[in-house]
Design a protein around this ligand. Structure first.
Ligand code: IMP
Length: 428
């Protein structure tokens, strides 16, 4: 069973990029399956700091097939910028395949995302304003443009683009009072994108299943996290795609029996960007310390939007929920080095709601906003962890922290990341 799935175990930003990059060195195929340039995966290697938004984190590996999968929404404008940047750095080592079924993020999607957020005002979702929601809306409404459309005769693609822009101008002008877009200018712009990208467009499901038949190793890379999942997340404060294991298989067209490992990446504490309930959020000193000042690459500021992330203590009720809805087989713990220096560390192991003790997550946003976290307090440690390479190198209190996670989630913590570099990793 050659398929390994990597998903988040929180609200995204768990450090999936580093782990995917590490595992990608042993993979033949790395496939992103959902989301678009709302994601930001940072990979540090050999003096490069790569901020990947749409290209899978396996891109650094010679000969690997990197797939932008059928559940993605792709912005050709920003994708080409990303590819040019990678090419310039000599980092584009993999072969690229863009699923023909992936939908295109168009300029009107970006405008509609921003306009919708502004209109919601205080009730806004806090999206990345990259047009993700509106592009998935068009997919569900069956009015979207897909990567396959870029492979049509240029005149046919241009006609489709023009018609789509004309349709959306109605919304832009009449609903939001915005200036209409120029259908001809956008058709021309997208003709240029199609020219450069059409050669990569293919049937991702066929390519991946052929690879599986040949006994090749396939890695599926999730973006965001289960708590932002359209079905299982804290709706409506979610993204518009399926971020869980089942979603990956559905959109890529892979059978469930092919999957052997499902890794859930969890940060040693909890973060969230955008609006929505966050039971263990720390608004004071602890939250500020976890966030950092923004001077360092790994401080808690969004890779895509630069927004400061909301920070708080690790929520094992939420992580266990992610484990359940994703069928995790193991956990990867990241950013463990950030916890050094806290006198006491808190871990949420249950919720209290209306006088009742709950040991399972509350997916309804309004109720989750009312829970009080029940904490287990642990003594902290002062030693920096960046040099640890074996579990035994960790201070005993840090080892206890890992054991508590294992005990409460029922999952082994098989990898621990203690810094941004590839070698700052403990594999157990
Ligand atoms: P959207 O995906 O841009 O529609 O944003 C919906 C919600 O998901 C917002 O709360 C975003 O902050 C959040 N979000 C989207 N992408 C990411 C990500 O890559 N990391 C963390 N949060 C994200």
């Amino acid at each position: 069973m050659p398929v390994t799935v990597i998903v988040g175990a929180q609200w995204g930003d768990e450090g999936k990029g580093k782990i995917t990059d590490m595992l990608a060195s042993e993979a033949d195929v790395v496939a992103r399956f959902q989301g678009g340039d709302n994601a930001g995966h940072t990979v540090v290697y050999g003096g490069w700091t790569l901020k990947l938004h749409q290209v899978p984190s396996g891109v650094l590996h010679d000969g690997a097939l990197c797939v932008l999968g059928g559940g993605m929404v792709i912005n050709p404008r920003t994708l080409l910028r990303e590819l040019d940047d990678l090419q310039e750095k000599g980092a584009l080592r993999a072969r690229l395949l863009i699923s023909g079924r992936a939908h295109l993020i168009m300029p009107y999607h970006v405008l509609l995302d921003g306009a919708s957020e502004s209109r919601l005002g205080a009730a806004m979702i806090g999206t990345t304003r990259r047009g993700i929601g509106p592009a998935y809306q068009d997919k569900a409404a069956r009015t979207g443009l897909r990567a396959y459309d870029m492979t049509l005769a240029p005149a046919d693609f241009a006609a489709k683009v023009r018609r789509a822009v004309e349709d959306k101008n109605v919304f832009l002008e009449r609903v939001y009072g915005l200036e209409p877009l120029d259908p001809d200018a956008i058709a021309q712009e997208f003709a240029g994108y199609a020219e450069r990208l059409r050669g990569f467009v293919a049937d991702d499901s066929l390519a991946i299943n052929r690879a599986i038949e040949r006994g090749e190793r396939v890695l599926l890379e999730g973006a965001q996290g289960p708590l932002l999942d359209i079905d299982h997340g804290t709706y409506p404060y979610v993204t518009s795609s399926s971020t869980v294991t089942g979603g990956a298989l559905a959109v890529l067209g892979i059978g469930a029996r092919q999957v052997s490992r499902v890794l859930g990446v969890a940060k040693a504490y909890q973060t969230r960007v955008g609006e929505g309930p966050f039971p263990t959020e720390q608004l004071g000193e602890a939250g500020n310390r976890l966030r950092g000042t923004g001077q360092n690459l790994w401080d808690e500021f969004g890779t895509t939007t630069g927004r400061p992330r909301r920070c708080g203590w690790l929520d094992l009720v939420a992580v266990s929920y992610s484990a359940r809805v994703c069928g995790l087989t193991e956990l990867v713990l990241t950013k463990f080095d950030i916890l050094s220096g806290f006198e006491t560390i808190k871990v949420c192991t249950a919720y209290s709601l209306d006088g009742q003790l709950l040991d399972s997550f509350v997916p309804q946003a309004e109720s989750l906003a009312k829970v009080t976290p029940v904490y287990t307090e642990m003594p902290g440690w002062t030693e920096p962890l960046g040099e640890a390479r074996r579990f035994e190198d960790l201070p005993v209190r840090a080892q206890d922290y890992v054991r508590l996670i294992e005990q409460r989630t029922g999952l082994p913590v098989s990898v621990i990341s203690v810094g941004p570099e590839r070698e700052q990793t403990i594999i157990r």
